[in-house]
Design a protein around this ligand. Sequence first.
Ligand SMILES: [Ca+2]
Ligand SMILES: [Ca+2]
Ligand SMILES: [Ca+2]
Length: 526
Amino acid sequence: MIAKNIVKTVISLFIVSLIIGSILVIYFTRQKVEVERTPSPASFEVSNLAFNPSEVEVGEPVVISATVRNVGDLEGTYTAELKINGETLENKYVTVDGQGSQTISFTVVENIIETYTIEVDGLQRALSVLKPALKVGKTGYPYSTIQPALNTAQSGDRIKVMDSAVYEGSLEILRDTIILDFNGATILGAGSGTGIKINGENYATIKNGVIENFGFCMTLNNSNQNTIENMRWQNNTYGIYFSENSNHNTITNCMATNNKQVGIGLNSSSHNTISNNISEYNEVGIDVKNGSCFNVVDNNVASNQKFESGIQLAGAASNNQITNNTTNSNYWFGIIIDSNSDNNLIENNVTNLNEGSGIKILSGSDHNTIKNNTVLYNVVEQIGEDGTCEGNVFLNNTTAGPGQSAEENVVENDAGLGRDASSDFARPDELAPGNYTGYLDNFDIYDCYKIHLNSGQRITVEMTPPVGADFDLLLNDPNLGRLDASYNFDSAAESVSSTATSSGYCSFIVRWWQGVGTYSLSFYVS
Ligand SMILES: [Ca+2]
Ligand SMILES: [Ca+2]
Ligand SMILES: [Ca+2]
């Protein structure tokens, strides 16, 4: 009987709990439903102001479009206002669902050659309305081949190929400031000669084409300020070749493959920029040689060369910057610095799995800085130099595999931070008083530190450069005003001090002047 009553009580409690639970569930569900029942009103954001076509000729229609997004929950109608050079031209209305988006577009024809400011509700973009191009196409265009258009073109003219056809024979740019847009077309050689020749002309833009089966795909001879972009060249004997002081040119977003010798070659040519290209399956990917200096070779892929190296500097090719490139799986070296090529910066490259060395320095190439590279599992060695080279700096490289030359590879650990100290005056690294060491070279010219001082506290900083180097010391107030500086000659120690007149972060900067190496730093507050 007692047991039966207990069972009854338990069942009753269970039923009561179920009822209370259900009430709670209904209550909270209603609360939730009520929250969902107050949707936000329509609210609009405009983005992606675009032009189609992107290059517009005078008298041609251009479609100006933008995306209107409704970030509210309720449907709403938006009024988009198109302004050209500050004047309202047209309003358009578009109804957009809650959380939805729509594209609005306006079609405009401009009859004057000019750069217009296009604005849709605060979003602005410049639209250049261009002089008509000299148009080339197999049928139905004023020119059926490309060279006659180049012969007619005046400085500043554009030549545009209107089909993606194959055109046989060589081309030559004959005036300054020519824009040649292949628009997907190919020029095809018969195994010799030059695809495109630029001899003493400047400011050309050559873009969007393919060059195949020539002796040289393109030569620039004493030609400056030209831009080669979005081109592809393949199956030539030699790829692109700069010579005789072809300076300040740019090769970007191009692809050089299966050329018998060099993909991209600079000879006696300086201050050029080679960036974002792919040069693969050639003999040498990128070849910078014979006094070619101050070139920037950045963010290229120069992997898989069939006979030699990814990137080669040779013949007094000095002061070049080889940065952020990938040079993997080449037949010989990833990156080679050869025959008296000095003061180059080789930084942030990835050079793995090459048959020879990842990075090799040879034949009197001195004072190069090899830093922050990833050099892994190259077959012969990772980073190597021969006995004729001196003053090369190996810093913070990551290596693994045979012969990795780890003893030469300084790992930068400024003031115990485990890395380079900030090189930015406005963002110094915070330090507590004490004794430290740090490293500077001609590519890392500032190490910036800071400490918080209260008004009346006095800071003293002392720094001794390594033997053979000259570094200096600067002390700044919280607004980067100069409190003190010390510029002794040679390897003399430097000392700066000051008393804070208000509370805040004072900063002190070890500044490079000459030489390479590890300085000692001590500072205290009294
Ligand atoms: Ca440093
Ligand atoms: Ca630094
Ligand atoms: Ca000094």
